[in-house]
Design a protein around this ligand. Structure first.
Ligand code: GLN
Length: 542
């Protein structure tokens, strides 16, 4: 029997609902249950793929090629369960599907309405998870009170009624702001938020109360009384220094016990939190630290690089070091010497990106890392920039660039119009829509023996997730390899370069895919483990 936990948020956005859901998923797993997490996003875009990282943070890509909300990254990192395209939907997608059915005549002449057509479509999205796990945790994006959320709240209300209290509970995440003048945490916004939720017919069983300091008994009692909730179910969720402490702190506050209790589960299965205890222990007792410069163009919103930041931390956990991240706008290097900013870092990472802005700065950063023998990891755009750098400065191809640049004389990076994926041919053209048309999701790659890539992965067959439109042009392979940039990973048909590395460098690797999407604190990605190890080594040499 699948049980459902619906997670809503109140008072303000950015409360860490996604993280809370992921941590609860991890706690249920620690009790031996299987879990599946999904997210309903009320915005109108069909998916976040076309949104600016400044608007929405990172776009998380699944193996099956969906561009999804970054919360799915939290879910995967905390539970290890690979997210799929069917784990995230949006108002845009729900309406698209309903309207397509309407055009086909599927509704047999009915007037199409929010209730029941839109709400039914939402319920179908939830119901299709039935039987896939012991617990399905379903997070509703946005904040209770938003106009866009209404159909989703109505749908989960109906769903809860249909399956009954033993199979569906509602958990509401709120904020208790601290008012210095009063010297206390305020419960009123929580009361209002719960009242709002109740006006939609949803009575939460559990409140997860975010606060920056301990919540006194009195305040807990007051919330319980005003919100009509069992006092034990008012769970404090205090700020912690590492997100990986969250499963442990929630457990201490009784979250998993109260969730079981709300479902009427009396015999609690035993709990094993050792994975999380070990991770937190390693995070809190590093033996040294390294500094990694991340040179991108969305660096003032670190959510744009969410999975990347975490993957670097995971690399640090396995090397027992604290990883300090130094975010820098690549444009800086278009006017200033890299030396000035980068002489004291242990590693340089150029992440994925799009468009023209700041590309010359990234190319300079790659050059600096190559020349100064500083460990360099180039991810997607960061790999493409490293290839352009080598083409220009080692092969003497002066106008080398990417077709993505407004001006490019020699497209060393270009648009691939067709390639083979398994038994199927995939085609692209520069005329098509921007949404959902990149090379997306998991693709296999073949690694060459005797290369660093092969040594790092310990295997010659890998699968990694992609999200890009352009590719390194294979025709430049010979020239680049003669100059020392080895193509160490290729698509199975040998046409798409997947990994490049400088042979005459302690650690310089560029990858066309996004390894950060698959890294987990309990299973750090080998590329990040190796990159951080190289950075530690670099630190020793300084
Ligand atoms: N802009 C590049 C492309 O589309 C790289 C994309 C990325 O870094 N994710 O090919």
């Amino acid at each position: 029997m699948t049980r459902y936990i619906f997670i809503t948020g109140g008072v303000v956005s950015s409360l860490g609902k996604g993280l809370g859901s992921a941590a609860l998923g991890a706690l249920l797993q620690a009790r031996g249950y299987s879990v599946r997490l999904c997210k309903l996003d009320p915005y109108l875009n069909v998916d976040p793929g076309t949104m600016s990282p400044f608007q929405h943070g990172e776009v998380f890509v699944t193996d099956d090629g969906a561009e999804t909300d970054l919360d799915l990254g939290h879910y995967e990192r905390f539970t290890g369960v690979p997210a799929t395209a069917t784990d995230n939907t949006t108002t845009g997608r729900i309406y698209t599907s309903v309207l397509q059915k309407e055009r086909k005549g599927d509704y047999l002449g009915a007037t199409i309405q929010v209730i029941p057509h839109i709400t039914n479509e939402i319920k179908d999205f939830i119901r299709e998870k039935d039987g896939t796990a012991d617990f399905v945790l379903c997070e509703i994006g946005g904040t209770v009170g938003d106009i866009e959320s209404l159909p989703f709240l109505e749908a989960i209300r109906q769903f809860g009624n249909e399956v009954g209290r033993e199979r569906a509970i509602f958990l509401h995440v709120t904020l208790l702001p601290y008012i210095p003048a009063a010297g206390e945490l305020k419960t009123k916004p929580t009361q209002h938020s719960v009242k709002e939720l109740m006006s939609y017919g949803i009575r939460p069983q559990i409140l997860l109360c975010r606060a920056d300091r301990p919540i006194e008994e009195d305040e807990r009692r007051k919330i319980a009384l005003f919100c009509n909730i069992d006092e034990k179910n008012v769970i404090p969720a205090l700020d912690v220094s590492s997100i990986y402490e969250v499963p442990l702190t929630y457990h201490k506050e009784g979250l998993d016990r109260q969730v079981m209790d709300s479902f009427g589960i009396k015999d609690l299965p035993s709990l094993d939190l050792s994975i999380w205890e070990n991770i937190v222990h390693n995070i809190k007792s590093p033996e040294s630290d390294v500094t990694i410069a991340i040179i991108g163009k969305y660096t003032n919103l670190t959510d744009s690089y969410k999975s990347l930041n975490e993957a670097l931390i995971h690399g640090g956990i396995s090397n027992k070091v604290r990883v300090r991240l130094k975010f820098m706008e690549s444009e800086i290097f278009e006017n200033e010497e890299p030396e000035h900013h980068l002489h004291d870092v242990n590693g340089i990472l150029v992440p994925g990106g799009f468009g023209d802005r700041g590309v010359e700065g990234k190319i300079r950063a790659a050059q600096y890392a190559r020349e100064k023998k500083i460990p360099y990891l180039g991810i997607c755009y960061g790999m493409q920039m490293a290839v352009i750098e080598a083409a220009r400065n080692l092969c003497g191809i002066e106008g080398a660039g990417s077709s993505e640049f407004t001006k490019c004389d020699v497209p060393v990076i270009g648009l691939m119009t067709e390639w083979v994926n398994g038994n199927e041919k995939e085609e692209r053209s520069s005329e098509e829509d921007l949404g959902g048309t990149m090379r997306l999701g998991a693709y296999p790659a073949h690694l060459l023996k005797g290369t660093k890539a092969m040594e790092i992965y310990g295997s010659d067959e890998i699968s990694e997730r992609h999200r890009h439109r352009y590719e390194v042009n294979i025709n430049y392979r010979e020239q680049l390899e003669n100059a020392g940039l080895k193509f160490s990973g290729l698509s199975p048909d040998g046409q798409l370069p997947e990994i490049v590395e400088h042979v005459d460098h302690p650690w310089f690797v560029g990858v066309q895919f996004h390894p950060e999407l698959k890294s987990k604190p309990f299973d750090p990605h080998p590329l990040f483990v190796s990159f951080i190890a190289a950075a530690v080594e670099k630190g020793r040499l300084v």
